[in-house]
Design a protein around this ligand. Structure first.
Ligand SMILES: Nc1ncnc2c1ncn2[C@@H]1O[C@H](COP(=O)(O)OP(=O)(O)OP(=O)(O)O)[C@@H](O)[C@H]1O
Length: 212
């Protein structure tokens, strides 16, 4: 279980600080909603380690994450768009998720398996700039598979997609989360995404997380 308890954070000059708490189960999607500017991305930044709270606790299965810099946290982050290097192929983008110490042939096999798992078998050589929005998100998810980190943070990952693609990628996120036991934290202001995917839901209201 990923647990944040009373994470307190304020940007310089901000009056009332944020106070965030949440619990995210493995193999499940935990949704975060809130109005624009309510602090959703700020919460993800705290979970990812891009910002540090002034107090509070953050732990995965009892292990304190706060001392860890972002690159050492067991966390992957997927944004609305711009997750890929546009001039690299799908396979090269996926290989960026490869843990250090993996041999080249092992890495290639893993990348091809991951592309297969996200429904992109046969797309390994395609340059990212030539892929559709949905295909790009699939490549980014394949990279997450190689990285194999148990916490997946998603910041409005479906927003740039048309309705049909959105539904397909949503299903894929749900399947991957279950299959790999990820603690997936989804920021979305779309009620239908939350209803379709999330087993827990927090709203940010007046700078605080509330169980919805
Ligand atoms: N680096 C920063 N320095 C100062 N204030 C910031 C910084 N980043 C964000 N903020 C402010 O903090 C508040 C919360 O921003 P945040 O991006 O977390 O909101 P959000 O809920 O993700 O919004 P949106 O749905 O519009 O993406 C906003 O008022 C924003 O202007």
């Amino acid at each position: 279980m990923l647990r944040a308890d009373d994470l307190i954070f304020a940007y310089p000059g901000q009056g009332q600080p944020y106070r965030f708490s949440l619990a995210a189960e493995p193999g499940a999607v935990t949704a975060i909603s809130g109005s624009s500017g309510s602090g959703k991305s700020t919460l993800l930044d705290l979970l990812a380690g891009f910002t540090q709270p002034s107090s509070g606790t953050l732990a995965l299965d009892g292990v304190d994450l706060l001392p860890l810099p972002p690159e050492n946290r067991p966390v992957s982050l997927l944004l609305q768009s711009d997750n890929l290097f546009e001039h690299l192929s799908a396979e090269e983008n996926v290989l960026l998720g490869l843990p250090r110490g993996t041999t080249k042939p092992q890495g290639k096999a893993q990348a091809l398996d991951a592309l297969d798992e996200v429904g992109l078998a046969g797309f390994a050589g395609n340059v990212a700039s030539t892929l559709s929005g949905g295909q790009k998100q699939r490549v980014a998810l394949a990279r997450t598979l190689l990285r194999d980190r148990p916490v997946l943070l998603l910041d409005e990952p479906f927003s740039a997609l048309d309705d049909e693609t959105r539904g397909l990628i949503r299903v894929l996120v749900g399947e991957l989360t279950q299959r790999h036991g990820w603690h997936t934290v989804l920021v979305s202001h779309h009620a239908d995404d939350i209803a379709a995917l999330a087993s827990a839901h927090y709203r940010i209201v007046d700078g605080r997380t509330e169980r919805a």
